[in-house]
Each structure stands twice: as structure tokens, then as C-alpha cells.
Ligand binder design. Structure first.
Ligand SMILES: [Zn+2]
Length: 48
């Protein structure tokens, strides 16, 4: 039985917890770990 359902990887912002369903999500690496951040939290990340 073929499973034709697409499995979209659900990403979650590490900062506010929003998902890629609700906001564009970016992936980055920090200290060797893969992290996710939404575009709303990105400025916060940049400014430290
Ligand atoms: Zn966020």
C-alpha cells in the first residue's frame, strides 16, 4: 500500500514556539546544533 500523503516536516521556532505553518521558518546552526527561528524572531536573534 503506497502512502501518497506528503509529510511536511513540522518546524518550530526555538524562541516563540510558532510553527512553519504560521510563519516562515529559517534553519541555522549554533554551537553545532541545528536550530529553527521564525522571521519574527530573527531580528531579535541578530541583535543578540
Ligand atoms: Zn519565533
Amino acid at each position: 500500500m503506497a502512502d501518497i500523503k506528503k509529510e511536511a516536516p513540522e518546524m518550530e521556532c526555538d524562541h516563540c514556539g510558532t510553527t512553519s505553518e504560521l510563519a516562515p521558518m529559517l534553519t541555522y546552526a549554533h554551537q553545532g546544533e541545528e536550530k529553527h527561528v521564525c522571521t519574527r524572531c530573527l531580528p531579535m536573534l541578530i541583535h543578540g
